[in-house]
Design a protein around this ligand. Structure first.
Ligand code: NDP
Length: 331
């Protein structure tokens, strides 16, 4: 049976080559193909969602598009043997919100391969408080652990600290016993970042301009969501045999670095992608979050927001004015 509902839909005018978005009534018949239909209960806004809504970057590659790369909800119809009606599921990435309709509406239809069972110890709202940003932070932490880094090796630097990836990365690293330095442009957020578990605050301006190819060995590893000159400077400050997990481009997608940290200090630059990460890696990342993340810190990171305000929230997020993570309830 079909049902109509409101969704935020982005359309593109091919003549003027411009996109616009707004709330539109759509039907479950309009949903894209997939073997599982979900009643979306919660979603969130990631950097990528904000890029899609503002049109600042060509994130959306098929129109009309319902953005929302993260979904938590329950199955309302399923042709998959893996899911039955009523199952609580989450979904992150896989090109959803880019080429396949996402979570900014009451219903979504997905391929069952993209879904995960909701982790037992986290509510749907908590899963969205984490969302792709939190799950990516967990993937980054796992890259550092896979490289053999332990708390005894020294301090881990987290850049973009007040953002979604950064905030969750700090909390998770602190829960695992690591000493964390937080690089931020919002030094007024020192109390917030220390509350999450950072012991040292680094002014991001000290990392954003071109520095030396090799600098003092300060950090055993780093999680970088900023890219560009910041990542180049981070690499130059990593101790011998250290690892940097790189997942973002908040400053830029360039990397004006030299090979010196790699060839003289054996530093590893480990790339992290959340969108196409295989299912086993996703399940491990969510299990790590479920097991280790301090729920009080998660609450500290989270703000409930009204999904009707996605446009102004997207502007704020791109302008770096949103602290931590936004969660939307879908009525
Ligand atoms: P947020 O916008 O929440 O956080 C980004 C943070 O980066 C900001 O809060 C700010 O932190 C810092 N920042 C912003 N602009 C600049 C700048 N010009 N120079 C230096 N620092 C800056 O985004 P998310 O945490 O959700 O995502 C972070 C990055 O990771 C994004 O680039 C995103 O696209 C990417 N990403 C990649 C994924 C992947 O699969 N590889 C998955 C998820 C995200 P502060 O104010 O503390 O300095």
């Amino acid at each position: 049976m079909s049902e109509t509902f409101d969704a935020y839909v982005i359309t593109r005018d091919e003549e003027t080559k411009t996109q616009s978005g707004g709330w539109t009534t759509v039907s479950t018949d309009d949903l894209p193909e997939g073997d599982v239909t979900i009643r979306v209960r919660h979603t969130t806004m990631n950097y990528k969602d904000a890029l899609a809504i503002t049109g600042k970057s060509p994130v959306v590659r098929r129109f009309p598009m319902v953005p929302g790369i993260d979904i938590a909800g329950e199955v309302t119809a399923s042709d998959s043997p893996d899911y039955k009606v009523g199952d609580e599921v989450i979904m992150n990435g896989w090109g959803v919100g880019e080429v396949h309709w996402g979570g900014y509406g009451k219903y979504a239809r997905m391929k069952s391969d993209w879904l995960l069972k909701k982790p037992e110890g986290l509510s749907g709202a908590q899963c969205m408080a984490l969302g792709t940003a939190g799950y990516t932070a967990a993937l980054c932490v796992q890259r550092l652990q896979d490289a053999g880094l332990t708390p005894e090796d020294g301090t881990i630097l987290v850049t973009g600290a007040s953002g979604g990836v950064g905030s969750v990365a700090i909390s998770l690293l602190a829960a695992l016993g690591f000493t964390v330095a937080a690089s931020t442009g919002r030094t007024e957020e020192e109390a917030y970042l220390k509350g999450l578990g950072a012991t040292e605050i680094v002014d991001r301006n000290t990392l954003s301009e071109k520095g030396r190819p090799l600098d003092k060995e300060l950090y055993a590893g780093a999680i970088d969501s900023v890219g560009s000159t910041t990542l180049a400077n981070v690499l130059s400050k990593i101790k011998y045999d250290g690892t940097v997990a790189a997942c973002g481009l908040a400053q830029g997608f360039d990397l004006p670095a030299t090979v010196m940290p790699f060839i003289l200090r054996g530093v590893t630059l480990a790339g992290v992608d959340s969108v196409m990460a295989p299912k086993a890696r996703r399940e491990a990342a969510w299990a790590l979050l479920d097991k280790q993340l301090d729920r009080a810190k998660l609450a500290e990171i989270t703000q409930s927001a009204d999904i009707r305000e996605v446009e102004s929230l997207a502007d704020d997020l791109i302008a770096g004015k949103v602290r931590g993570r936004l969660v939307f309830d879908i009525d």
